[in-house]
Design a protein around this ligand. Structure first.
Ligand code: KG4
Ligand code: ZN
Length: 340
C-alpha cells in the first residue's frame, strides 16, 4: 500500500439519489446523499425527472462533500463515478460532471460499476464492521437489483444468480402499493411485519431453477388474494394489515434464504455478505444471523448508510482501482446495462 495520502471523490447518480463522498486512504471523510422526493407522488422513479433533479443537485452535493471533508478540490487524487448500470439520463449527469472535473483538475478519472460497488462497500474502513475474506458470497438486494455474486477478489466476481423479472425491493414496493401503502413500502411492511403473524396467510414461492429469482408471480398472487378477500370483507386490508405484511415479508425472506442456502452448498462458501436497501430489513437480518447457528455461516451486513445507494461505495472502488493504477480515459461513456 502507498504511504501517500490518497483522496478520492466518489460520485453516484445511477438512479434517484445524487451522492458524493470524499475518502482518504479507504476511510470516509464525508458521505452526502440528496434523495429525490419528487418520485414519491408517482409511486416509483420517473427517469426524466430523476435526471433533471441530478442536474440541480450535483454541484451542491459535491460542494458539500468537499466542505464536510474539510478539503479543497485541488487536494483530490482522483475522481470515481458510477458508469452503470442504471438509468441512462441519470448516469449521464454524473459521468459528464466527473469527466469535466477530472479534466479541469488534471487528475485521473475512475469508472465504477454500481453493482460491484454495492459489494465492495464492505471494504470501507469502519470501526465495528469486519471485512469478508475471499472468496465470499454477496447478495445485493434493492429496489433495482437482486443478485448473488461469487466474489473471488475485488475485481474478480461472478454473478451466479439474479432476478429474471422484478427486483426484491420492487416486490416489497408493489405489494405495498396493492395494500395502499406509500412509496417506498419496504420500511413500512418491515415495521408492520414485526407485530404481525408471518404464518397468517400463505403465499406460494415461485419455482425458478438454479440460483435465479422471480418476484413478479408473488406480486400477482398477492393482488388476486387481496381482490378475493376484499370482495368478501371490504375492510379485509385494514383488519389484517400487520398479518398480511408479516406473511409477505416471511415469503420474500424465505425465497432469498432458500437461494443463499443452495449457493452456499454449491460453492462450499460460508462467508455471506449482503448489500442494497433491502438489507435494512429486520427479517432478513435476523434470518442471516440464524443462518450462522443453523448452517455455520459468517455473515456481513454493512453500515446502513453504505448499503442504500451512496457515493462512499463508489469512492472505495475508486480507491482500490487507484492503487492498481486502473484509470478510465476521457472518452469513457455511461452504460445503462453495464455487467459485473
Ligand atoms: O438501495 P436502495 O436505497 O435503492 C435502490 O433501489 O437501488 O433500495 C431501495 C429499496 C426500496 O425498494 C425499499 O422499499 C427497500 O429498498 N427497503 C426495504 C427496507 N428499507 C428499504 N425493504 C424492506 N425492508 C426494509 N426495511
Ligand atoms: Zn443500488
Amino acid at each position: 500500500m502507498s504511504s501517500q495520502n490518497i483522496y478520492i471523490l466518489g460520485i453516484e447518480s445511477s438512479c434517484d439519489d445524487t451522492a458524493a463522498s470524499v475518502m482518504l486512504n479507504g476511510k470516509i471523510l464525508s458521505n452526502v446523499v440528496a434523495s429525490q422526493k419528487i418520485h414519491i407522488e408517482y409511486g416509483g422513479v420517473v427517469p426524466e425527472l430523476a435526471s433533471r433533479a441530478h442536474q440541480q443537485n450535483i454541484v451542491p452535493v459535491v460542494d458539500q462533500a468537499l466542505k464536510k471533508a474539510n478539503i479543497d478540490k485541488s487536494q483530490l487524487s482522483a475522481i470515481a463515478f458510477t458508469r452503470g448500470p442504471g438509468l441512462m439520463g441519470s448516469l449521464l449527469v454524473g459521468t459528464s460532471f466527473a469527466k469535466s472535473l477530472a479534466y479541469g483538475l488534471g487528475i485521473p478519472l475512475i469508472d465504477v460499476n454500481h453493482m460491484s460497488a454495492h459489494i465492495l462497500a464492505h471494504f470501507i474502513d469502519e470501526e465495528g464492521f469486519n471485512k469478508p475474506p475471499f472468496p465470499f458470497l454477496a447478495m445485493t438486494i434493492s429496489g433495482g437489483h437482486t443478485q448473488i455474486v461469487k466474489v473471488n477478489h475485488y475485481f474478480d466476481m461472478e454473478v451466479i444468480g439474479e432476478t429474471i423479472d422484478d427486483a426484491v425491493g420492487e416486490a416489497f414496493d408493489k405489494s405495498g402499493k396493492i395494500l395502499g401503502l406509500g412509496y417506498p413500502a419496504g420500511p413500512e411492511i418491515d415495521k408492520r411485519a414485526q407485530i404481525g403473524n408471518p404464518k397468517a396467510f400463505k403465499f406460494t414461492k415461485p419455482k425458478v431453477d438454479g440460483l435465479n429469482f422471480s418476484f413478479s408471480g408473488l406480486k400477482t398472487a398477492i393482488l388476486y388474494f387481496i381482490q378475493k378477500e376484499t370482495k368478501e370483507n371490504p375492510n379485509f386490508i385494514e383488519d389484517n394489515l400487520n398479518d398480511i405484511c408479516a406473511s409477505i415479508q416471511y415469503t420474500i425472506i424465505g425465497i432469498l434464504i432458500d437461494k443463499l442456502k443452495i449457493a452456499s452448498k454449491q460453492t462450499g462458501i460460508k462467508h455471506i455478505a449482503i448489500g442494497g436497501g433491502v438489507s435494512a430489513n429486520s427479517g432478513i437480518r435476523k434470518a442471516l444471523k440464524d443462518g450462522e447457528a443453523k448452517f455455520g455461516w459468517t455473515t456481513y451486513v454493512p453500515k446502513f448508510e453504505f448499503t442504500t445507494d451512496n457515493a462512499a461505495m463508489i469512492a472505495i472502488v475508486g480507491y482500490l482501482k487507484y492503487l492498481e493504477g486502473d484509470f478510465a480515459e476521457q472518452n469513457v461513456i455511461a452504460s445503462a446495462r453495464l455487467k459485473i
